[in-house]
Write a protein that binds this ligand. Structure first.
Ligand code: SF4
Ligand code: SF4
Length: 415
């Protein structure tokens, strides 16, 4: 028997000329707009335990990742880093750039939205730049109070081949395009007489996702990704901040928060068993947490993995058909089918519903923390195990430390 519809969400089409879409939200999965959160807890954690970018906090394993890439991935990642570097560097200094005209003195929200669509973004939203999420090392860098959230869809067909080199082309290629488009959009805002700072998706100033949710562009899925109405999690996110006059969008309840608990396909299909089925409260927000130490090595070794993106019905079929199917049948579209749940992993083969690969225990033994934390931890372990260290080991330690001091503690790159 069909379910009762609690409310219908109306959203603009994916391109300027496309009609609006309507998404029905069943009564039993209706929740709050955005995400359940406790404001006091979010504020407390941001003050006492500010977030830090993985480029710093997880720099040891980010560097290690390169050692488990296949030669093809290694070579492609090198090419991508080279191609992307000028964009990341250009974005880093946009906060210092002055407008190129006098301020137009009117609300520029719709002009920016139109320009963003013209540039190729699939969705755009506006909200306050939420400083509570700013990374500790970026606090002084962020200059302006309004956030323009832009999402660029990555290729559909390539994404369905996850995990594969082909899908990595889509993943990283989308970042290259997005960085260039962000710089262009920021330039456009400057011609309207206002500042515009590009927060590159590859050198984030904060986790962008909470601001996208606040801007009504989707909700957080159990897979830890933004599930947006048009392309689910098949999008790459970036933010531009400005001091221009804009009007904020509002968070929306698409029903995703509760729908995920009915679905949980990503948790069931994650090859590393890294996604928690139950939601927990974390830093003031209710969500399904991901166990980083299980995900990271599988993701690094197997072409970015992202099975959790591939098997998400909202990514594969779109939010509208998935929610309509749920209203009509009470079931999750595609759940239990090879079409949705099947995936292949290099050297391991094909895995249909109910089947998962296994991995050697050694794969999960990898460096943790910042680069210097890991250097100290390994040195300490040697002292603990042997009671002393050799002159050679001391020299090795000092060489490592000098290298970190010379190269810095950050490993900038993409995920
Ligand atoms: S990337 Fe792979 S290992 Fe990591 S959570 Fe997603 S499915 Fe699991
Ligand atoms: S696979 Fe299902 S549970 Fe996971 S994010 Fe997508 S809709 Fe939510």
């Amino acid at each position: 028997m069909p379910k009762k519809v609690h409310h219908v969400v109306r959203r603009a089409g994916i391109r300027l000329e496309d009609p609006d879409i309507e998404i029905p939200v069943a009564e039993d999965i209706a929740g709050v707009p955005g995400i359940p959160q406790r404001e006091k807890d979010v504020a407390f954690y941001s003050r006492e335990y500010p977030l830090e970018t993985q480029n710093v906090e997880k720099a040891a394993d980010r560097e290690w990742s390169w050692s488990v890439y296949t030669p093809e991935v290694f070579e492609y990642r090198e090419r991508h880093e080279e191609a992307n570097k000028p964009f990341v560097e250009a974005a880093a200094v946009t906060g210092e750039m002055e407008p190129t005209a006098e301020p137009v003195g009117r609300d520029i929200t719709e002009e920016i939205r139109r320009k963003a669509y013209e540039l190729g973004f699939g969705d755009v939203g506006f909200t306050r730049y939420d400083r509570r999420y700013t990374f500790a090392s970026k606090k002084r860098w962020v200059k302006f109070e309004h956030a323009i959230c832009v999402a660029l869809e990555q290729d559909y067909a390539q994404t369905q081949s996850l995990p594969s080199l082909e899908a990595e082309f889509a993943h990283f290629g989308t970042y290259e395009t997005e960085n260039a488009q962000c710089l262009e959009l920021a330039g456009f805002i400057r011609t309207l007489g206002y500042h515009a700072q590009v927060h590159s998706p590859n050198d984030n100033s904060a986790p962008f996702l909470p601001m996208f949710v606040e801007a009504g562009m989707g909700q957080l899925g159990a897979n830890g990704q933004l599930l947006s109405p048009h392309f689910g999690s098949r999008a790459r996110l970036a933010v531009i901040t400005t001091d221009g006059p804009i009007t904020y969008d509002k968070p929306v309840d698409y029903g995703v928060h509760k729908f995920c608990q009915e679905c949980l396909v990503c948790a069931d299909r994650c090859p590393a068993r890294a996604i928690m089925r139950d939601k927990v409260w974390w830093r003031g927000v209710e969500k399904n947490k991901l166990i980083y130490d299980r995900c990271r090595p599988v993701m690094s070794k197997y072409e970015g993995c992202a099975v959790c993106m591939k098997v998400c019905p909202i990514q594969r079929y779109g939010m509208k058909p998935v929610m309509e199917h749920y209203v009509e049948t009470g079931e999750v579209l595609g759940k239990g089918t090879d079409n949705l749940e099947g995936f292949s992993i290099r050297e391991k083969g094909y895995f249909g519903p109910g089947q998962l690969p296994s991995f050697d225990r050694e794969l999960f033994d990898f460096p943790h923390g910042t680069k210097d934390e890991w250097l100290f931890a390994t040195f300490k372990k040697k002292v603990e195990e042997n009671g002393e260290v050799t002159a050679e080991e001391q020299t090795e330690f000092i060489r490592g430390l000098k290298q970190i001091l010379a190269k810095g503690t950050t490993t900038i790159g993409d995920e």
